[in-house]
Design a protein around this ligand. Structure first.
Ligand code: KG4
Ligand code: ZN
Length: 320
């Protein structure tokens, strides 16, 4: 089996995946509560917490999968992009474990991991397809032709969609992490109450920094009345972001002629986005936000590095 490890941001995760793509265990320990008081992820705090949690997460993944290290044939780990200190904790744990057991190590790109969340059983998606990857750190439109990669058609020129959700939630007093909180608040609100335009940029790119400013001005204008309009503001804000994502995805489908469309990443958990793209394939909610099963899945299509050559591997902070 493949033991996947993911520590790129504020989730410490470990999972067991079979070479066929069946999930045997999927342990995610979220640090969200730890970072909530700061209104966002504090990198140094995240690294220290990963250090405490990575061992227990691996042990729990083995126990939940009724397995021992004897059942592990490959160790897979997120190499980047992400917070470099956080990544280094997972990478070091993976190296130590693989080296101690003489196992090969598969370095996995986090974005490829999100795409590979679609390749897990029981109903894996087969390339080719068009993929919208929307997370806290990235918003990308991808042309996926094979299991081991993709071509980037467009991306956000500024904030990622998830970042827009998180910053909006902060403005609305909904706390961190914001996406799920806006999603919940929006259910009680009127999405047409406020017009929050999302800038159209050229090609297949996105821009989400303007919509956040529009929300800021609306909240300022309402002053003390903003709290009473929280649901309407959340619903209208969510509508604007979802519209932009759907518009971009539809345009990319038209250009590429793909019959199959998929949505991955934390924002793929959004109920309005899922409803707005009814024909798109989206992973189950637990596989949209960061997890290690998707890292194990991506590792199936990566050439693992034999022991001990991977000891020199380094983490990388930004997308290549
Ligand atoms: O993929 P992910 O877990 O981490 C990154 O790789 O960035 O994505 C996290 C992002 C956060 O910005 C979070 O607010 C957003 O996904 N998110 C959502 C929802 N659940 C999580 N955004 C909108 N609606 C949701 N239900
Ligand atoms: Zn992610």
């Amino acid at each position: 089996m493949i033991l996947g490890i993911e520590t790129s941001c504020d989730e410490t995760a470990a999972a067991l995946v079979t070479p066929e793509g069946e999930i045997r265990s999927n342990v995610v320990s979220s640090q969200a509560a730890l970072h909530a008081r700061y209104g966002g992820v504090v990198p140094e705090v995240a690294s220290r917490r990963h250090l405490e949690l990575v061992g227990p997460a691996i042990r729990e993944a083995l126990a939940a999968g009724r397995a021992t290290l004897d059942d592990v044939g490959t160790v897979a780990v997120t190499q980047g992009p992400g917070l470099v200190g956080a990544l280094l904790v997972g990478l070091s744990a993976a190296k130590a474990l693989a080296w101690a057991r003489g196992l090969p190590l598969a370095p996995v790109d986090h974005l490829q991991g999100h795409v590979a969340s679609l390749y897990l059983g029981p109903d894996p998606l087969e390339p080719p397809f068009l993929c919208l990857l929307a997370s806290g750190g990235h918003t990308l439109l991808l042309d996926v032709q094979g299991h081991d990669g993709y071509r980037v058609l467009g991306s956000s020129l500024d904030d990622a969609a998830g970042e827009a959700f998180d910053k909006g939630a902060r403005l609305l007093g909904l706390g961190y992490p914001g996406g799920a909180a806006i999603d919940a608040a929006a259910r009680e609100g009127d999405p047409e109450a406020f017009a929050f335009p999302v800038a159209r940029v050229g090609g297949h790119d996105f821009s989400f920094s303007g919509v956040k400013t529009a929300l800021l001005y609306a909240v300022r204008e309402l002053g003390d009345g903003a709290a009473a309009r929280q649901a309407d503001l959340a619903a209208s804000y969510q509508r604007a972001i979802v519209r932009a994502l759907v518009r971009g995805t539809t345009a990319a489908v038209e250009r590429t002629g793909h019959d199959t469309v998929a949505v991955v990443g934390g924002v793929a958990a959004n109920s309005e986005l899922r409803a707005a793209l009814p024909d798109a394939t989206a992973p189950p909610l637990a596989l949209c936000t960061d997890n290690a099963a998707m890292i194990g899945s991506a590792a199936r299509y990566v050439e693992a590095i034999p022991s001990p050559r991977y000891l020199a591997l380094d983490a990388y902070a930004s997308a290549a």
